[in-house]
Design a protein around this ligand. Structure first.
Ligand code: C2E
Ligand code: MG
Ligand code: MG
Ligand code: MG
Length: 292
C-alpha cells in the first residue's frame, strides 16, 4: 500500500507523516480487505422514536468493524483514517449498499421506516456521489424519501460550492438530509440558509448537560424552536434516562434516540423491533412522570 497512490487524498493530508502512520497504514490495508471479503464491516441499527406515540421515526445505521485480530472496532477508531484515504468512496458505497439492503427488507415486510446513513463531509466532494446513490436506490428498489443522509456541518470552506451542489442534487432526487451533531459545528446557522434540510439532530453533549447547565438547556430549546419554525423534524441524540426524555418532551422535542430506548442492534433483530413499535404506537405511550 502506498499512501500517495490514486491521488485521492482529498484533504491533502499525508498520513505517512502522521505519528500513528504505521498503524493507520496497516489499518487501511486491512480495511481494503474487509471491503472485499464479507461480514467484517457490519451495520448496527438504532431506532429513533416519536416522544408522543413511541412510533419509530427512523433507524440510524452505525458501522462496526468485526476485525479478525483486533476484535470489534467502533467507527471512532477507524473513520478518520478512512476519510483521509482514497478508500473513502468505496467505503461510502459499501455502507450505503448495506443500509439500502436492510431498508429493502423492511419494504418487503411492509415496514415504512426511513433509514439514516452517516456520510463523511469529504465524501460530498465527489460529484459522482448523487449518481451512485440514485443507482443504489434503483438496484434495491428503495424510494429516495426512505433514505436520510446525516451530515455534519463542519465542512471545508473552500469546498462549499461542490458540497452545496452535491447536496442540492441529492435533495432534488428526493433523498432527505439531516444535520448531525447540530450545534457543534462552526457554521450551523449559515448552513441552514444555504442547504435545505429535513431534520436536525441535537448533539448528545447538550442532552447530557441539559439538567445542570442552563446554557445546554437553552441550546436544546432554541434548536427545537428553530426546527419547528423552519418546519424541520428534530431528533435528540444520546438519551439515556427517563428524566432526559421528559425534559426533552417539555422543551417540545418530538423525537429521540438513545440507550434509554434502544442500543444499536444487529440487522437481524431490527425488523421485529420495528414491527412491535409500529403495532404498539399510540398517544401517550410514555408515562408523563419519570417515576410513573
Ligand atoms: P453519530 O452519527 O452522532 O452517532 C451517534 C453515536 O452515539 C453512535 O456511536 C451511537 O452508537 C452512540 N449512541 C447512541 N445512543 C447513545 C446513548 O444513549 N449514549 C451514548 N453514550 N452513546 C449513544 P458510534 O456508533 O460509535 O458512532 C460514532 C460516530 O461515528 C457517529 O456519530 C458517526 O459520526 C460516525 N459513524 C458511524 N457510522 C458511520 C458510517 O457508516 N459512516 C461514517 N462516515 N461515519 C459513521
Ligand atoms: Mg449520525
Ligand atoms: Mg450525531
Ligand atoms: Mg453526536
Amino acid at each position: 500500500y502506498q499512501a500517495k497512490e490514486g491521488g485521492g487524498n482529498v484533504a491533502g493530508y499525508d498520513s505517512t507523516r502522521d505519528a500513528a502512520s504505521t498503524d493507520q497504514l496497516a489499518l487501511l490495508a486491512e480495511l481494503r480487505e474487509a471491503l472485499e471479503v464479507d461480514d467484517q464491516l457490519v451495520l448496527a441499527l438504532q431506532p429513533a422514536v416519536d416522544l408522543a406515540t413511541g412510533a419509530p421515526t427512523g433507524v440510524e445505521a452505525l458501522i462496526r468493524w468485526r476485525h479478525p485480530r483486533r476484535g470489534w472496532l467502533s467507527p471512532v477508531e477507524f473513520i478518520r483514517p478512512v476519510e483521509n484515504s482514497e478508500q473513502l468512496g468505496t467505503f461510502t458505497r459499501y455502507v450505503l449498499d448495506k443500509a439500502l439492503a436492510v431498508a429493502a427488507g423492511w419494504a418487503r415486510e411492509g415496514l415504512d421506516v426511513p433509514i439514516s446513513v452517516n456520510l463523511s463531509a469529504r465524501s460530498l466532494l465527489d460529484p459522482r456521489l448523487p449518481g451512485e446513490i440514485a443507482e443504489a436506490l434503483r438496484r434495491h428498489q428503495v424510494p429516495a424519501h426512505r433514505l436520510v443522509l446525516e451530515i455534519t456541518e463542519t465542512v471545508v470552506m473552500s469546498e462549499l460550492e461542490v458540497i452545496d451542489e452535491v447536496l442540492a442534487t441529492l435533495r432534488s432526487m428526493g433523498v432527505q438530509l439531516a444535520v448531525d451533531d447540530f450545534g457543534t459545528g462552526f457554521s450551523s446557522l449559515t448552513f441552514l440558509t444555504r442547504i435545505a434540510v429535513d431534520e436536525l439532530k441535537v448533539d448528545r453533549s447538550f442532552v447530557i448537560r441539559m439538567a445542570d447547565s442552563p446554557e445546554a438547556a437553552a441550546i436544546v430549546r432554541t434548536t427545537v424552536g428553530l426546527a419547528h419554525e423552519l418546519g424541520l423534524r428534530v431528533v435528540a441524540e444520546g438519551v439515556e434516562t427517563a428524566e432526559q426524555r421528559l425534559a426533552l418532551a417539555e422543551l417540545g422535542c418530538t423525537a429521540a434516540q438513545g440507550y434509554h430506548f434502544f442500543k444499536p442492534m444487529p440487522a437481524d433483530k431490527i425488523g421485529a423491533v420495528l414491527g412491535t413499535l409500529l403495532d404498539e404506537a399510540r398517544p401517550n405511550v410514555f408515562p408523563l412522570r419519570a417515576d410513573g
